[in-house]
Design a protein around this ligand. Structure first.
Ligand code: A2P
Length: 268
């Protein structure tokens, strides 16, 4: 029997098989790529979806990936680690423009605006590839209708792992749609834990010590007037939830909005 094509596997499993349109390698261990967005594929900014490749036996190998592009874009963008012995990312890292991937039909997730009560500012705190959903939420016009100020905090081990830094520092400010909207209303807050950088240390420590708040020019009352999205490793998420619940904040869901939401950054 001849091997099935990716399109045949997708068809048999009720998945999409969009083509890759762009690949960018940030470091030897991090890359991003885009695929065409199928016409009928809809999602809410901040959600994740299952993506993957076919195994030799024709079974799909799928992992959850946050969508890094906003819901109005014509493509879907993903930000991934490359794990050399990882079943999926060891193969995904070799993607080239024109290749196809498998894409699930049911995006879902907790990092959505509807799960948050109204507040003065939205503070998104992520580590590693946990930045991805925030890149989507940041470029959703609804985010700017709901919040007066937006903060994206990204912590990585080494400065070169600050993927999207140029985009967040410069490009988005000259963007046709968002440049004006974000002027004076957006703070990008990068930090590095193991290498040289102007802001060093874990974000959890900076928050506990009050440095994060001071850097943003906020008073202690900002704990109650801010809304938070958290996305990183399990240990990081756990620490952040401890901090936020310690301030008396509660986790929100779509049916019962709260002051913060959490999602883990998925590793392939
Ligand atoms: P650190 O270098 O001190 O471990 P990783 O690559 O392991 O996912 O980590 C990404 C970033 O998240 C690193 O800067 C790491 O800091 C930080 N980090 C990992 N665990 C925690 C945690 N429990 N609380 C705060 N930051 C964390």
């Amino acid at each position: 029997m001849s091997e099935l094509t990716l399109e045949q596997v997708a068809e048999a499993r009720g998945l999409y098989a969009p083509r890759v349109t762009w690949v960018h390698h940030w470091t030897p261990d991090l890359f991003s790529f885009r695929v065409e967005r199928p016409q009928s594929f809809r999602f809410v900014s901040g959600e994740f979806v299952m993506i993957g490749l076919a195994q030799p036996d024709g079974k799909p190998l799928l992992r959850a990936y946050s969508i890094a592009s906003p819901s109005w874009e014509e493509h879907l963008e993903f930000f991934s680690v490359k794990v050399q012995e990882g079943a999926l990312t060891s193969r995904l890292q070799h993607l080239e423009v024109g290749d196809r991937i498998l894409l699930g039909r049911k995006p879902t997730g907790t990092l959505v605006l509807d799960a948050l009560e109204p507040g003065e500012r939205l503070i998104m705190v992520g580590t590693g590839t946990g930045l991805a959903p925030f890149l989507s939420v940041l470029r959703d016009p609804e985010t700017h209708e709901r919040f007066g100020h937006i903060v994206v905090s990204h912590t990585v081990r080494q400065a070169e792992e600050l993927a999207y830094r140029t985009f967040l520092e410069e490009e988005i400010r000259s963007d046709e749609i968002f440049g004006e909207l974000l002027k004076d209303r957006f703070t990008y807050y990068p930090s590095v834990t193991r290498g040289e950088f102007h802001r060093k240390g874990r974000i959890t420590d900076r928050i506990r010590e009050g440095l994060f708040r001071q850097d943003l020019g906020l008073g202690i009352e900002a704990r109650q007037t801010s809304r938070f999205m958290i996305c990183g490793s399990i240990a990081f998420n756990k620490e952040m939830v401890e901090i936020l619940t310690g301030w008396g904040l509660t986790e929100g869901t779509q049916s019962n909005p709260g002051q913060f939401v959490v999602e883990r950054a998925f590793v392939g």
